[in-house]
Design a protein around this ligand. Structure first.
Ligand SMILES: Cc1cc2nc3c(=O)[nH]c(=O)nc-3n(C[C@H](O)[C@H](O)[C@H](O)COP(=O)(O)OP(=O)(O)OC[C@H]3O[C@@H](n4cnc5c(N)ncnc54)[C@H](O)[C@@H]3O)c2cc1C
Length: 463
C-alpha cells in the first residue's frame, strides 16, 4: 500500500520534487501538500515579469488545481502548518491534521525586514510572493505614485524596474558603493546604474536608511544623511532567511537553516528538508538550480535509491529587459590573479575574466552576455586556458577558430552542460541536436511550463 508523504510548502523545490517522484513511481506515495500561500506551485522567478506587465499570473502557474486533482494529490492551500508531532507522526494546521510516513519540510525563506522605525507602516512590504506583487500593483495604479526600494541587489532591482515599467517614480537606496556588489564589480555595476537611470530610476548608493516616515501609511523614507524620498510604497529587498521555525519548534536540528545530510535527511527519523530552508555542509541556497538538484536527490531517496546532493556552480542574471548581465564564480581581484578585460563604454559592453593558475575562476559581463554559459562551463571544468588565453575573452566564436556565427556559442557547449540554470536544466546536447533545424526547432528548447528561454538561446532564435 502507498505510504503517506506529507509536504509542507508548495514552492519551486517541492513542485520539482513531486514531478520527479511521479515520473519515477506514481504509485509509491499518497501525497498531501500544505501551503501557507493561498495557491499552489507557481514559478516564483517569474514574479518580476508579472510585476513589470510582461506576463500575468496565469502564465506562471506551474501546477494547476486540476493537475493535483488528476494525480490524486490532496492539497490544503492557505493553510500554514503550525506543528509537527514527531512522536505521533502527524502535522497540524489550523483546521486539519495529516499523518505521515515520510515528511518533507520545504518552507523556503522569509524575507529579511530590517526593524527601522516605521517598518510596520501600511505600504511597507517585502518582495517574495504574488500577494506582495498584487499590493505593489494596486499602488502603481495611482497616477504619479512613488516607490522606494531598499536594497540594490537582484530582487530590489527587479522590483524597481517592474514598478518603473508600471509608471511609478522609483528610487533605489543601496547601502554599498555600487549595485549588486555580490555579483558585479564596480565597472559592470556602473553600466547597470546608467541603464537604470536612463529609464528614470533614481539610484542612491551608500544610502543608509534611518527611518520610514508616516502616520498609518508610509509617506517617505529618511536617510541618515538627511535625504528624504517621498514614498507611497516601500519595498524592502535586503536578503532572505531560511524558514526554520516549524523544524526548530519540533526539535529538529537547525543552524542558519534546517540541517540535512547528502540525501536531504534531517536528523529526525523520516523527516526531510528541501529547498531554501535547508543548510547543507554549512551552505545556504538562494537560487533555484541547486534546489532542483536537491529535488532529484530527495525523490531518489524517497524511492529507495541512494543519491548524493552536490552543490553546483551558479551564475546570476537579472530579469530586467534591456539590462543584460552575467556573473559567475569568484571575480574578486587579487595579487595572485590576472584579469582579462574587454570594455567598450560607448556600446556599453564590458567583460572581465578572472584567471588564477591558468584557470578561469570568475566572469563578470555586461551588455553582451551571449557567451556566459560557455564561460561558466570553463569555470566548472577548471581546465587549463593557456592555449586559448589570447582569444578567450571573445568567446567560442573566436577561440574555436570558427567563422563568426551565433550558433557557434551553442554548438561549442559540452554535451552535458547546463545552459539555463534557473529554468533548466536543458542540455547542450539537446540544443546541438537541433542544429540545422529551423527556428521552431530552437523553440522546442524553451520549456513551455516556465515560458522562458536562456538569453543565449533567445539570441540564437532572434538571429
Ligand atoms: C521575485 C523573485 C525572483 C527570483 N528570481 C530568481 C531567479 O531569477 N533565479 C533563481 O535561481 N532564483 C530566483 N529567485 C529565488 C527562487 O524563487 C527561490 O530560490 C525558490 O523559490 C526557493 O524555492 P523553495 O521551494 O525553497 O521556496 P519557495 O518557493 O519560497 O516556497 C516555499 C513555500 O512554502 C510555504 N510555507 C512556508 N511556511 C509554511 C508553513 N508553515 N506551512 C505551509 N507552507 C509554508 C510558503 O508560503 C511558500 O509558498 C527569485 C525569488 C523571488 C522572490
Amino acid at each position: 500500500m502507498a505510504q503517506n508523504l506529507v509536504i509542507i510548502g508548495a514552492g519551486m523545490a517541492s513542485g520539482r520534487l513531486i514531478e520527479n517522484l511521479l515520473e519515477q513511481d506514481p504509485q509509491a506515495y499518497k501525497i498531501t501538500l500544505f501551503n501557507a500561500e493561498p495557491r499552489g506551485n507557481y514559478n516564483r522567478l517569474m514574479l518580476s515579469p508579472v510585476l513589470s506587465g510582461e506576463k500575468n499570473y496565469e502564465e506562471i502557474i506551474t501546477h494547476s488545481d486540476a493537475w493535483y486533482e488528476d494525480r490524486g494529490i490532496t492539497t490544503y492551500f492557505g493553510e500554514p502548518v503550525l506543528e509537527i508531532d514527531q512522536a505521533a507522526k502527524f502535522i497540524r494546521s489550523a483546521s486539519n491534521c495529516a499523518p505521515y510516513d515520510k515528511l518533507v519540510i520545504a518552507t523556503g525563506s522569509a524575507p529579511v525586514m530590517i526593524p527601522f522605525p516605521g517598518i510596520n507602516l501600511e505600504g511597507v512590504l517585502p518582495y517574495r510572493d504574488l500577494d506582495n506583487v498584487n499590493l505593489m500593483l494596486d499602488v502603481a495604479q495611482k497616477p504619479q505614485s512613488k516607490a522606494v526600494v531598499i536594497g540594490g541587489g537582484v530582487l530590489g532591482l527587479e522590483a524597481a524596474a517592474g514598478l518603473n515599467a508600471r509608471g511609478m517614480d522609483v528610487t533605489v537606496i543601496h547601502i554599498s558603493d555600487h549595485l549588486m556588489e555580490r555579483q558585479l564589480d564596480s565597472t559592470a555595476a556602473g553600466l547597470l546604474q546608467k541603464s537604470l537611470e536612463a529609464r528614470g530610476i533614481t539610484v542612491h548608493t551608500q544610502g543608509a536608511t534611518k527611518e520610514i516616515v508616516g502616520a498609518e501609511r508610509v509617506e517617505a523614507v529618511k536617510l541618515e544623511d538627511g535625504t528624504i524620498y517621498p514614498a507611497d510604497i516601500v519595498v524592502m529587498a535586503v536578503g532572505i532567511r531560511p524558514e526554520t521555525r516549524l523544524a526548530k519548534e519540533a526539535g529538529i536540528a537547525t543552524a542558519r537553516g534546517i540541517i540535512v545530510d547528502d540525501a536531504l535527511r534531517t536528523e529526525a527519523s523520516d523527516i526531510y528538508a528541501l529547498g531554501e530552508c535547508v543548510e547543507h555542509s554549512g551552505q545556504l541556497f538562494g537560487l533555484v538550480a541547486p534546489l532542483y538538484e536537491q529535488a532529484k536527490v530527495l525523490a531518489n531517496d524517497l524511492l529507495g535509491h541512494r543519491a548524493v546532493f552536490t552543490p553546483i556552480e551558479l551564475s546570476t542574471k537579472l530579469k530586467v529587459t534591456g539590462c543584460d548581465l552575467f556573473s559567475a564564480g569568484d571575480f574578486a581581484r587579487g595579487a595572485d590573479r590576472d584579469e582579462i578585460v574587454y570594455f567598450d563604454p560607448i556600446s556599453g559592453i564590458y567583460k572581465r575574466l578572472n584567471v588564477q593558475d591558468n584557470k578561469l575562476i570568475g566572469v563578470v559581463m555586461y551588455g553582451d552576455t551571449v557567451d556566459g554559459a560557455w564561460f561558466l562551463q570553463k569555470i566548472k571544468s577548471g581546465e587549463d586556458i593557456s592555449p586559448i588565453r589570447e582569444t578567450l575573452i571573445f568567446g567560442p566564436n573566436f577561440t574555436l577558430d570558427a567563422p563568426p556565427d551565433p550558433l557557434v556559442a551553442v554548438v561549442a557547449l559540452p554535451l552535458d552542460c547546463t545552459i539555463n540554470s534557473y529554468d533548466g536544466p536543458y542540455f547542450g546536447k539537446y540544443v546541438s541536436n537541433q542544429l540545422g533545424g529551423d527556428q521552431i526547432a530552437y523553440g522546442k528548447y524553451v520549456n513551455p511550463k516556465f515560458g522562458k528561454c536562456s538569453d543565449m538561446a533567445g539570441a540564437v532564435i532572434n538571429e
